[in-house]
Write a protein that binds this ligand. Structure first.
Ligand code: 6PG
Length: 478
């Protein structure tokens, strides 16, 4: 880059995500200044890309001075304290109207706090969800910026260029809403990601218990599912994973068979469930998926319990109608995925009202069509549903989703009965059908529950036949 020229965009943090986004921005014709807290990563990056349109800086002040005003600075660093520390060190060098964008997987509550903190300094703070992993960062992620609208508008031309493009060439980025809205929807995206992953894993587990199906057959099943309604990135990579073999041991063994069955997490799914509890949004599929990861981590206990409780020898199940069973499983998976999204979108709608964010849920589904981990063909159907009714309260009220769930719910029941009889855990499938059955129940046993609460705590109840709150004289226990 020519000397004394100022860069159009700045990136702090040259880990995998940061360096890939820096390359993505530079590839789209922008000059980029980069800085990393430790110089080792800057040096590696500089040695690799010295010919490109980068300014490599070794102090925060040098970095800030290398940027044209208003400065546009993307932080791609670890969420939490490192982000706070970097912001604190950065602020003294910044001017009014500069824009700081946090692209990490940050808790939206922290984004709200930082927004409030920076308001007085007139520095614009944007919390931006970035999805797509390493590949997406370089070739086009899905971007969810939230914060001051004018500041997001200012960086939008750059974001549109670096974002993934859907099939209709629409960039996968749009203004999400004020304050922590961007990180909030990224949190729900990740929760939905957990739900999709768990439902796929439960399907895989069921298929593994069927006699005559090996890992290659199961890969083919996922591959064929990817051609239809279930078409999505996560189904595609599942099929791909199941075709791969052990790279260190026996090359005939599928790699999944030697991967330890303990699923870790970085917390975003948990945050999404915590928030569902906070705002009273019934979001059971994601929450069961978070718990499924937790129970997977109890490996030692599971080994101990399996010796004490399980069948002595797990027999594979002989099926007469294998084809129709596999089709039922496909339907069960699609049904449960729809319920999980219905819950996630309903949670976002509740949050939108509670935090006064005016989220555009149809547009949100649109920017998840490409680039992000949950990208899927059926997201277009969600956009269509919100285009028909922007205030749609629950996806199940939309004709398309209503019909699918009506047609497919029997398949879920069949699959769950099969799983329970064969001692195969299906927490996410079970959560999906239970939500569906509760949601479509005009009458639930909450009347009895209200009576219990009133008897022991005089919490009062409402009646079906007249308005007001009542307390009943229950007798001895009153
Ligand atoms: C994405 C992913 C990404 C990451 C998750 C995984 O959208 O690119 O969501 O952010 O894969 O944080 O989270 P866990 O490690 O908790 O599974």
């Amino acid at each position: 880059m020519k000397e004394n020229t100022l860069a159009q965009f700045g990136i702090i943090g040259l880990g995998v995500m940061g360096s890939n986004i820096a390359l993505n921005v530079e590839n789209k014709g922008f000059s980029v200044s980069v800085y990393n807290y430790t110089e080792d990563l800057t040096n590696i990056f500089m040695n690799k890309y010295s010919e490109k349109n980068f300014i490599f800086t070794s102090s925060l002040q040098e970095f800030v001075n290398s940027l044209e005003k208003p400065r546009k600075i993307l932080l791609m660093i670890k969420a939490g304290k490192p982000t706070d520390d970097t912001i604190d060190r950065l602020i003294p060098f910044l001017d009014k109207d500069d824009i700081v964008i946090d692209g990490g997987n940050t808790n939206f509550k922290d984004t709200i706090k930082r927004n409030n903190k920076l308001k007085n300094s007139k520095i614009n703070f944007i919390g931006m969800g970035v999805s797509g992993g390493e590949y997406g960062a370089l070739h086009g992620p899905s971007l969810m910026p939230g914060g001051p609208k004018n500041a997001v508008d200012n960086i939008m031309p750059i974001l549109k260029k670096i974002a993934a493009k859907a099939k209709d060439n629409v960039p996968c980025v749009s203004y999400i809403g004020p304050n922590g809205a961007g990180h909030y929807v990224k949190m729900i995206h990740n929760g939905i990601e957990y739900g999709d992953e768990e439902l796929i894993c439960e399907s895989f587990n069921i298929l593994q218990h069927i006699n005559g199906l090996n890992t290659k057959d199961i890969a083919n099943i996922f591959s064929s599912w990817n051609q239809g309604e279930l078409n999505s990135y996560l189904i595609e990579i599942t099929a791909q994973i199941l075709t791969k073999h052990d790279d260190l041991g026996d090359s005939k063994t599928p790699i999944v068979d030697v991967i330890l069955d303990k699923a870790n997490n970085k917390g975003t799914g948990k945050w999404s469930s915590e928030n569902a509890l906070d705002i009273e949004a019934p979001q059971s599929v994601i929450t069961e998926s978070v718990f499924a990861r937790y129970i997977s981590m109890l490996k030692d206990d599971r080994i101990k319990a399996s010796k004490l409780i399980s069948k002595e020898k797990q027999q594979k199940v002989q099926l007469k109608e294998k084809e129709s069973f596999i089709e039922s499983l496909r339907k069960a998976l699609f049904f449960s995925k729809i319920i999980s999204y219905a819950q996630g979108f309903n949670q976002m709608q509740t949050a939108s009202q509670k935090y006064d964010w005016h989220l555009n849920l149809g547009q949100l589904a649109q920017i998840w069509r490409s680039g992000c981990i949950i990208r899927a063909q059926f997201l277009q159907k969600i956009t269509d549903a919100f285009n028909k009714d922007k205030d749609l309260n629950n996806l199940l009220f939309d004709d398309y989703f209503l019909q699918i769930t009506k047609n497919y719910n029997q398949a879920v029941r069949d699959i769950i009965i099969f799983a329970i009889q064969n001692e195969i855990p299906v927490p996410a499938f079970s959560a999906a059908i239970s939500y569906y059955d509760s949601f479509k129940s005009e009458k639930l046993p909450a009347n009895l529950l209200q009576a219990q609460r009133d008897l022991f705590g005089a919490h009062t109840f409402e009646r079906t036949d007249r308005p007001g709150h009542f307390h009943y004289q229950w007798g001895n226990n009153d």
